[in-house]
Design a binder for this molecule. Sequence first.
Ligand SMILES: *Cc1c(COP(=O)(O)O)cnc(C)c1O
Length: 391
Amino acid sequence: MSHLMNTYARQNVTFTHGEGVWLWDINGKRYLDALSGIAVNTLGHAHPRFTAALTKQIGKLIHTSNLYQVQEQELIADKLCQLSGMQEVFLCNSGCEANEAAIKLARLYGHNKGVADPSIIVMEKAFHGRTLATLSATGNRKVQAGFEPLVKGFVRVPYDDLEAIRQVARHTPNVVAVLVEPIQGEGGIRTPDISYLHGLRNICDEQEWLLMLDEVQCGLGRTGKWFAFQHTDIMPDVMTLAKGLGSGVPVGACLAAGKATGTFKPGNHGSTFGGNPLASTAALTTLNIMEQDKLLDHAAKLGAWLKQQFLARLGGTKGVVTVRGQGLMLGIELDKPCGDLVGKAREQGLLINVTADNVVRLLPSLVFSESDALQLLDILCPLITEFLAQE
Ligand SMILES: *Cc1c(COP(=O)(O)O)cnc(C)c1O
């Protein structure tokens, strides 16, 4: 019997090693990885240049402390600001921690301008993590049930609904920020109207609220831009990152710009491991390789082609509601729960995920090739068609 806490309904498969977009299990069976550890393995598995850079760093220094200057942390902060236009970075180890930092920053920003009881607008179907504050910000009762009392200070509105936010602005005086995913990941790869972020930016400017974007899943090249907000002409005040940032090494970041800059002072926030030399090197190397190998353009082009192929092959199929998403962040919504597809795909050597009960979620690594994409289509499309034809 396992001595692990029973927190996951794990699939019955164990992997021993990987290479690129492929994983091998303990029986030697090979799998095409179209999930990349839930948008984590940006560079696929065992990327040679990434492995070499990490190996070198491990031989020099893994951890010192945030009591000291950390050169590698300065470099990744510079790089993230250069790519995003943001001004400062706090480094941590995960998405929920990045969001905790954002939530604390927003509250402090509120207190600094005299709001004693600050609250943050959050969205239905949002996912922001599993710590107490982030599960309270999450818009999914399953994530919250049993962990009450929830953290106070969140006001929930429907996603992609600017009028609902204007309503809150009129009636709730203590709001200081909006926290939102530019594309909802766990919520079912939901993409808002193209004018949504722009509208949010306008309201936040009028109200002097912080616009805080959770790009933990959609950021870091997945949508074909470094950050999903870069498909628009707006800038956020706060942005959070994690998943793909370290290509598998745990690292998260909370970035600030504009009126959010300079909010935290020494003693306000911290993390023992946050941004240690190993994690910072993993992040910096990931970004450098993405740049050298032009993986953003690749993600944009391959993603657009994949989406068009899914639409062509499944668009007319009864039971397929929509194919949506951007770049290599794609969702295929079916008209019934489809969790069974995960096992059926795995039997055929393909790793996928189902989220929000009825959305097939694809988050392949950014090194996925056109021939990998063809194999994905050739396995998945018939599976979905057969699945929908049953009953
Ligand atoms: C995964 C995820 C998180 C939480 O990240 P962890 O590293 O699991 O804490 C937060 N926000 C979004 C949008 C995510 O997809």
